[in-house]
Design a protein around this ligand. Sequence first.
Ligand SMILES: Cc1cc2nc3c(=O)[nH]c(=O)nc-3n(C[C@H](O)[C@H](O)[C@H](O)COP(=O)(O)OP(=O)(O)OC[C@H]3O[C@@H](n4cnc5c(N)ncnc54)[C@H](O)[C@@H]3O)c2cc1C
Length: 272
Amino acid sequence: MSASIPQTLTASGPVDDDVLIVGAGLAGLFLALQLAPRPCTVISPAPLGQAASSAWAQGGLAAAMHPLDSPEQHAADTVAAGAGLVDPIIARLIAEEGPARVRDLVALGVPFDRTPDGALALSLEAAHSHPRVARVAGDLAGKAIMDALVSAVAAAPHITVIEGVRATGLMQDANLQVAGVILRDVSGTLSTRTARETVLCTGGSGGLFQVTTNPPEARGDAVAMAWEAGALIADLEFVQFHPTAIDIGRDPAPLATEALRGEGATLHNRDG
Ligand SMILES: Cc1cc2nc3c(=O)[nH]c(=O)nc-3n(C[C@H](O)[C@H](O)[C@H](O)COP(=O)(O)OP(=O)(O)OC[C@H]3O[C@@H](n4cnc5c(N)ncnc54)[C@H](O)[C@@H]3O)c2cc1C
């Protein structure tokens, strides 16, 4: 880190941003839209819609949208699939939020697949006891969702987007409260951006592995920055792993969409 960049700020003085969102995947862009009309700034290392796992997601979003389904059942399936590792309160919270968040994405124009009578076409996957996965054009959910969000963000006057910079560290005030971020642009130049609220949305860390289905940008930067600023970090052992990556000597490895298994396909390795 350059000696000319302060890591500790005084709490007084004007700030650059009210809310600063680090990362421009589904989490970062959805938050930015939800904050309206509160002004916010989104930091993205690449042009919006790129360098994010969100744009690579295939199968779709799991939510209890089927008439015979319920968030309670979705949460119970999640807890059972976790074999003792799932926090039931969090599973319930996420399962209850799911249907409303899918409806939010419908309102933003995401063209989810429909049945002939106009209902959402839901796929059955993995440990779900009901069809639950809302999809787009088969396995293009992530790209369609990000296209809709990027358009909405571009049209939102309360959102400022800064592309081509990565956060490399958090700034802290005299009370050790987070007060903004240290940024590095593509030429390596460092700068700072101060904010009243800083939200870290830099995705997962799967890209750190030698062969992965994740984009190389998914390297857990926010976890490291938060740790350096004194945050408690939990559950680091949970890393997204796709058992259906195709081993063709490339990284990132292409993914045989999990929707295939949901629709009844079986997987065979090179030994049959
Ligand atoms: C191939 C693939 C298929 C998937 N399929 C599905 C699926 O079918 N259904 C499902 O629910 N999930 C799926 N997932 C998982 C899903 O995509 C992720 O859980 C989700 O997109 C995470 O969203 P996010 O916004 O947290 O992270 P991301 O979308 O990864 O966004 C992180 C953002 O932070 C930026 N960033 C990273 N580091 C920095 C930094 N230092 N400074 C500034 N910005 C930074 C990135 O460039 C990016 O803009 C899949 C993932 C992959 C890779």
